[in-house]
Design a protein. Structure first.
Length: 448
């Protein structure tokens, strides 16, 4: 039976209601397991197979349209080569690979015959690669915002540069990321990042609420290698210096320290499996990423502490609805403070804004469904419904209690994107069950 003939959305709703009574992470695992089936079916239904018969030899491959990306990068990205026998599935896969570079609003492939040979033409329309990063969120009396910019194709070399300023909990943060995913060839990525992140830290010492001003200075470099289309190992080195300075109260508890300083070196490795494909509307595929980081706390001379992280993302298309899921888990042996977790992405205020404590474990899940509302020649809109869940346990909370009583948030919103500026904006309203509060969120920079 075809997937589109079976009421899978009803089945997912049933599983959601049933498993929520047992243990909520089962929901995300079921979705991630099922996504490859959905993605394969959806990809088959929407593929644009050339009408030219196979068996002919490829004579030439050309790229036409308005774009600044170097053709040498495009040629390295695809698997089709002049002199090969035409394979319609390979041509469609090449089209998806080019589209997956993230700098085109539309990628179309055309195959024309001439005798016993064929010519392949990829018609490309590049987006405006310089994107503003503007976000604002309000929960009760808290108002947090971001302003910055993201260039996706600097000088035509697919160089990604992202810089932003963030105001969070009354403190300033600055972030700069640079990544070169194709400069050293198709299979190597190099990246650099630097950050100065500040916020408030509230702890209870001797029964007294004590507020620290937290500052983290961070610099790191990454080298990645694409072993195959869906296997991506990488190495990471970094230096972090965390500092806490007492902000209040004026009469601090006896055991409260005025200032704390934690410098450390970091060395890690990660492995990514799978790949996410996208066009101007749909996301498809599964990607699993695991990472292990060794930590050397100064003035020590050995890497004695560690941190483990896991992230799974899945996207599928059913009944023209884009289903999205993400599952995150992290744990650490280091006496380190983790940043505040946010359930929809980096620096987002969606969901319950709690914080990791030292030695804590975190398990979080996002589920979202998007439906296309209006599509015109230049822009399109989507409606979205989502649910987020997270459990935090460790020093101050038992694991079984945390999993039985997670933090929940529910919401809905609109997505708006110009086809020459895709995945641009969102507006959400979220209800946070743990605090009985509402979050109102606007952003021009996030799209799950």
């Amino acid at each position: 039976m075809m997937i589109t003939q079976f009421p899978y959305p009803l089945l997912l709703c049933f599983l959601f209601g049933f498993t929520a009574k047992l243990r909520w992470p089962v929901i995300a695992l079921l979705f991630l397991i099922a996504t490859p089936i959905f993605s394969t079916e959806a990809s088959t239904e929407r593929s644009e197979d050339p009408t030219v018969s196979t068996g002919k030899i490829i004579r030439s491959i050309r790229y036409e349209g308005k774009f600044k990306l170097r053709t040498s990068i495009l040629s390295r990205e695809i698997d089709s080569r002049p002199g090969q026998e035409l394979d319609s599935k390979r041509v469609e896969r090449d089209r998806k690979k080019i589209d997956g570079l993230g700098v085109f609003s539309e990628v179309r492939s055309e195959v024309t015959e001439e005798g016993d040979s064929v010519d392949i033409v990829f018609n490309l329309t590049e987006i405006w690669t310089l994107t503003p990063l503007v976000s604002a969120g309000k929960t009760d009396d808290s108002f947090d915002w971001i302003i910055g910019a993201h260039e996706r194709d600097l000088a035509g070399y697919l160089c990604n540069v992202r810089g932003l300023y963030r105001r969070f909990e009354g403190e300033n943060s600055y972030v700069l990321d640079v990544s070169l995913p194709r400069t050293l060839g198709r299979d190597f990525l190099i990246g650099f990042s630097a950050a100065r992140e500040g916020q408030k830290d509230l702890v209870i010492i001797d029964g007294v609420e004590t507020t620290y001003r937290y500052l983290n200075k961070f610099i790191a470099a990454e080298l990645g290698f694409r072993a195959s289309e869906k296997v991506y190992p990488s190495l990471f080195v970094g230096y972090s210096r965390e500092n806490w300075s007492l902000a209040s109260p004026a009469e601090a508890p006896a055991r409260a320290r005025r200032e704390l300083d934690y410098p450390r070196y970091l060395f890690g490795a990660a492995l990514g499996l799978g790949r996410i494909y996208s066009d101007h509307f749909y996301f498809e595929g599964v990607q699993l990423t695991s990472g292990a980081i060794l930590i050397r706390e100064l003035p020590g001379s050995r890497f004695e502490k560690w941190r483990l992280q896991f992230t799974g993302r899945g996207f599928a298309v059913i009944y023209d609805i884009n289903l999205c899921a993400r599952l995150q888990y992290s744990t650490s042996s280091s006496d380190e403070r983790m940043p505040p977790y946010t359930l929809s992405g980096s620096y987002n205020v969606r969901g319950y804004r709690d914080k990791y404590d030292r030695g804590d474990r975190f398990l979080g899940c996002n589920l979202e469904a998007r439906k296309k509302l209006i599509e015109t020649r230049h822009w399109y809109s989507q409606a979205a419904l989502f649910v987020d869940a997270a459990s935090l346990w460790g020093r101050y909370r038992d694991a079984s209690e945390a999993l039985r009583d997670p933090y929940w948030s529910f919401g809905g919103g609109l997505r708006l994107a110009f086809k020459r500026w895709p995945r641009l904006g969102r507006a959400d309203v979220i209800f946070n069950t743990s605090t009985k509060s509402w979050t109102y969120y606007l952003s021009s920079s996030q799209f799950f």
